[in-house]
Design a protein around this ligand. Sequence first.
Ligand code: GLP
Length: 252
Amino acid sequence: MKIIYTENYEVMSAVTAQLIAAQIYRKPDCVLGLATGSTPLGTYAELIRMHRSQNLNFSKVRTVNLDEYKGLSPDSDQSYAYFMRENFFRHINIRPENTHVPNGLNPDEDAACSCYERLIDDLGGIDLQLLGIGHNGHIGFNEPDDTFIMDTHAESLTEKTVRMNARFFERIEDVPTRAYTMGIGQIMAAKTVILIANGADKAETMARFAERTIDPHFQGSILHAHRNAYVIADKAALSILIKQAPQLISNR
Ligand code: GLP
């Protein structure tokens, strides 16, 4: 795993978008694993700009999203399917049938999850997986736990996650408490993983990478074991880590 320092959110987003664009140039029909949350918005905006000004071509790209709230329809404006359409897909030349998000409307958890696993297998696995990170270290919706769960599964969201994600909903009671998420096995099977983080409120979260141990109570720590994982973070998010373990940051 390599940790890359960037000066601010704009640079973090631009560097990430360039790595994703390079993946698309290398393999036009690549499978991109995508993430939601506020962190990747700048990356998506930059990719849209590259599509418009540099003809970055998404016509053969396939995508699989990390997660979806259980119980939300793709038309609900709080769903991750809606988020992806509004913030990314409708601005580029991707074919809607090539974009995939777990089916939040399937009440049968086992069926919803095994169907998503099969889909990822059928696509041939993920070439590049983009990740954000929750304040408690979650990736996708893999919450802190005593173990890493490998497969796609239904996860009960922690109180903290529900509170953090309430900013996207009108009332905290509206935040679903269960979600479908890709498991750690699928994330780790991606050929390349890029985790992005910005802002001072992520500084304590990022400082946990200094421990260098792989600990399911900090799910992001699994990336220490990935051969081709990049953590791209801005100055504010790295402000504690850079003091505690400067040697972990590859470009400082
Ligand atoms: C949600 C998503 C994660 C995301 C996290 C952080 O819980 N399931 O995939 O990484 O939020 O969100 P933000 O980027 O807004 O900090």
